[in-house]
Design a protein around this ligand. Structure first.
Ligand SMILES: *Cc1c(COP(=O)(O)O)cnc(C)c1O
Length: 211
């Protein structure tokens, strides 16, 4: 664990930027350690792995769980039941299903829509033009609270290229009047802050490399 990295980044953050500690691949004990120094938002990308940790940590009521992984349709009910935030909604179909399930479950998750801003074949997400086109329809969906957009930059970009994509995300969010941008990871968080990120998703920089 790199608690000193965590504390250093935290001390530099503008007041509207939050850290999401990405604990995938790490144990509940490590989550506890960092929760102990004041980190309450944790991100996980696989439902089953996350759920096991949620059970172990259920007495730590301060923790807010964020789902950030690829969403399988057959896991939507469980994700809605167990996560307050969902950052990685990458299609209208899944968003509609989340809305429907949330209604049945009497939930109202906070949602960020993943957008695809580059041609990276490994990354999904809403096409920005399609998102604008469907925005009216999306806003009508019940039992979800749309708070922002999320993006994952391709690996290996220069600092300048990272900034450019993050700024695209910020301006798209602004045009839809969405306050949040979930962007910036261990390798590009500084560019993300400059571009207007509100949620940095930090894994290895805080937890170290997976054993
Ligand atoms: C793993 C992961 C992160 C954290 O990545 P690091 O580079 O380790 O900080 C952030 N976002 C998503 C969607 C992830 O899957």
């Amino acid at each position: 664990m790199y608690l000193s990295n965590y504390l250093k980044i935290k001390s530099k953050l503008p007041s509207n930027v939050k850290i999401l500690a990405v604990s995938k691949g790490f144990k509940s004990q490590e989550i506890k350690t960092i929760q102990n120094i004041g980190q309450n938002d944790f991100g996980e990308s696989k439902f089953q792995e996350a759920f096991e940790k949620q059970l172990i940590l259920k007495d730590l009521q301060q923790i807010t769980w964020h789902f950030i992984g690829r969403i399988q349709s057959n896991k939507i009910r469980k994700i809605v039941q167990n996560f307050k935030y969902i950052h990685s909604v990458d299609s209208l179909e899944k968003l509609q299903k989340i809305s429907h399930v949330s209604y049945l479950e009497k939930k109202n998750p906070l949602i960020m829509l993943q957008v695809k801003l580059s041609d990276d074949p490994n990354k999904g997400g809403f096409n920005p033009e399609l998102l604008k086109l469907k925005w009216g329809e999306i806003q009508e969906l019940k039992n979800i609270t749309l708070t922002g957009l999320m993006t994952i930059n391709p690996k290996g970009l220069s600092s300048k290229e990272n900034s450019k994509l993050f700024k695209k995300c910020r301006s798209l969010a602004d045009s839809l009047q969405l306050p949040d941008c979930s962007m910036g990871m261990s390798g590009d968080w500084e560019e993300a802050i400059d571009a207007g990120s509100t949620w940095l998703r930090l894994g290895s920089l805080i937890f170290g490399d997976k054993s």
